[in-house]
Structures are given as structure tokens and as C-alpha cells.
Write a protein that binds this ligand. Sequence first.
Ligand code: URA
Length: 238
Amino acid sequence: MNEQLPEIEQLGLQAADCQLCTLAARRTQVVWGDGPATARVVFVGEAPGRKEDEGGRPFIGAAGHLLDELLEAAHITRADVYITNIVKCRPPGNRDPLDEEIVACRAYLNRQLQLLHPKVIVTLGRFATHLILQTTEGISRLQGRVFERHGYKVLPLYHPAAAIYDLMKKEPLFAAAPILDELVNGAESASDTRSPVPTQQETTAPAGVGRDAPGVPPAPAEPPQPQFTQETLDIWNA
Ligand code: URA
């Protein structure tokens, strides 16, 4: 273990041998995440595709190119954001991730978010949105609206892969670029006064979103190993 590396990267090295679900058998490699440990914005996608499985980085295929365009429209550079997925290994044939795969991988995302403690979380597509906001509300009703969860701003967007050929999604996706720009670069973000530990706060959640949140448990004293505790799991499931 390289002690010089940020903790999030150390955890990524541990996860490289992950066997927590059956996706391990067919992956080329775990696609952990990409970006600086100091990123204030985290993009959370679904799962790696073929290019990502080969290249080891998220969003480097066609969907990634559209994501790059969106970032540019929002005056954000990729080097400043952290990008990851709810599932870190490629599902065969790019099928949707299964519940058991999402559950198995969940603690990795929890810990990544805990370590990054971003200001803004952008969820790409319904799987990431449903997981982070703990809702089953349709993505078309959530896309482009800002929610607050545990003190973080959450912006659900259509998945870029879904928007590539569907103008009905591409248009609203890019229409959300100014919202993203404001969240990340706006005046409020310049005077970022967040407390170091996330507070439970839900201001704009729609019906069914996070209504049952009992509060955020304190961060575990020890960084968890790949067998995560229920406490870590509960942080974002709350
Ligand atoms: N789609 C995703 O959800 N994630 C990737 O990394 C690539 C495509």
C-alpha cells in the first residue's frame, strides 16, 4: 500500500481485487473512479462499458464524449471533477446493473463520497439517481432539479448514453448546463461554508425522496476495508 496516495486512491487499489459480486469473473479491471481527491463535484454514473473496462477509467467512450460536452457547456473542466459509477465492473453486454451488484458495490461509493465530501453530486441516469436520492420517482421528473441530501446538493441528469441518440433527452440534459454551472461556479459556491461533517437536510425532495431518513451516522473512525460495516452502508441508505 502506498501511504503517499490519497485515501480514496488507496481504497481503489484495494478494490482492484474485489470479488464481492459475480461481475469480477468477466471484468478486465475494476473501474474505480477518476479525478482529484479534492474535487468539489462528483459525477456518478451507472457502470463501466466496454471502453471503460478496457481503459480502466470511467466515461471514456461515446457517453464520455457527450459528458465532456456537457462539462464544457457548464464551464467545468474534467480535471476538476471526480467521476465514478455505482457499479465498478462492467456488466456483460452493457446490460443494466442488477440489484445484487449495486448492493455489493454500494459501500465503495459510500466511502468515496465520504472521503471526497463534495459540494455537488451529479447523478447520471436513473440507477445512480435512485440510489443516491433513495427514490423510485422517474428520472424524467427529477432531471435538472436540485435536491439537498445530507447537506450535499444533488443534481440528477439524464444519462449521457441515453441522450446520444434521443433529442428528447439531449435537449433537457444540455438545458441543465447553466444549473450545473451555477451550482459549481456560482457566487454561493465561492463562499462554501459547509461543515466538515454532512448534516441531514432535505429541502426540495419530492414525495418519496428520502422521507424516512433517520439522520447520518458519524463517520467510522477507521477507514473501512472492502467488507464494509452496516454503519457505512447506512450513510447513504439513510
Ligand atoms: N456509462 C456509465 O454509466 N459509466 C461509464 O463509465 C461509462 C458509460
